[in-house]
Design a protein around this ligand. Structure first.
Ligand code: RRO
Length: 312
């Protein structure tokens, strides 16, 4: 068992928020899903205080080496989540982490207080990094505004608070340091990188939201660099993610200092990817992160020694 902020995890592989719909998966695959749940904890899609319809379609663009999404946070809102989704998610065989986002401190505070009061929820992830709504990004790109948000919400719950950082900031490590200083229990990164695709006719943006967030293989090297940079500056656990599709990819994030690794875009291609990666990781014999995060050059040496093809 792995200890993550006081939560016992059977292995280090979780899902990235919004990339695996556990309720739909149960409908599609039946209760067998419970026997072989792909992740050691389930992170919910982001919820907001009030229901949101999300962005106009099209919402996805398949890029050559990744996926650009402009989903725009469709969700039932806090009340709908508590009434409809939480009872379903509480039946999952793994701890539940609820991801929340607000456009003001007061909204985030209301969400944290309400979700924090629910015994079904093991931890709260604060999404301060959605690239597809204006207010989501601003807070997480700036250490001072994130610190102010943390000061407002930290006293409202005893549950672990995980801050989901944006890669779209000048200095992601400075934001992580601010989160830690104001009582975050963990940070998670990276969210998607702001990106754009033009309609094939060249007439304008393809995505209904104009721009979107890039995920998948294209961002793995960025994720590795940002997780390494954050690990050098904070002592709290890190959930590393970005383009992980194999156990080797997960291992690389663990080597540079992540405690837990999230799988996102790969689950769209292979819904069982979480289990596949967790199993393969066991045979790589690194189910636990190194006690001292490596710096980039140490990590590169390790990767070169242990990987048959470090370029993949
Ligand atoms: O819903 C989305 O468009 C979305 C969110 Br909340 C997020 O955090 N990251 C992302 O790529 N898309």
């Amino acid at each position: 068992m792995l200890d993550f902020c006081g939560i016992a995890l059977a292995h280090p592989i979780v899902n990235g928020s919004g990339t695996f719909d556990a309720i739909a998966a149960r409908r599609a695959f039946g209760d067998e899903l419970l026997d072989a749940f792909p992740f050691s904890a389930f992170v919910s899609k982001t919820i907001t205080l009030r229901p949101r319809a999300g962005n106009p379609p099209p919402r996805l663009w398949e890029a050559q080496t990744g996926l650009i999404n402009s989903i725009g946070l469709p969700n039932r809102g806090l009340r709908g989540y508590l009434e409809h989704d939480l009872p379903e998610l509480a039946r999952l065989p793994v701890p539940l982490i609820t991801n929340v986002m607000g456009s003001t401190e007061a909204e985030v505070a209301e969400l944290v207080e309400a979700i924090g009061a629910r015994p079904e929820v093991a931890a709260i992830e604060l999404n301060v990094s959605c690239p597809n709504v204006r207010t989501g990004l601003d807070i997480g790109a700036n250490p001072e505004s994130l610190a102010a948000l943390m000061r407002a919400v930290r006293p409202l719950t005893g549950k672990p608070l995980i801050v989901k950082l944006t890669p779209n900031s000048a200095d992601v490590a400075a934001v992580a340091v601010a989160a830690e200083a104001e009582g975050a229990d963990a940070v998670s990164l990276i969210n998607t990188i702001r990106a754009m695709a033009l309609a094939p006719a060249g007439s304008g943006p393809w995505l209904g939201g104009g721009t979107g967030g890039l995920s998948g293989p294209a961002i793995r090297a960025v994720a590795l660099a940002q997780v390494a940079a954050v690990a050098r500056r904070v002592a709290i656990p890190i959930v590393g993610m970005g383009g992980v599709a194999t156990a080797e990819h997960a291992k690389h994030l663990l080597l540079v200092g992540a405690t837990v690794v999230a799988v996102g875009t790969e689950s769209f291609r292979d819904p069982a990817a979480g289990n596949r990666i967790a199993e393969a990781l066991k045979s790589l014999q690194i189910a636990e992160s190194p006690s001292t995060p490596m710096n980039e050059s140490e990590a590169l040496v390790e990767v070169d020694v242990n990987s048959s093809n470090p370029r993949n």
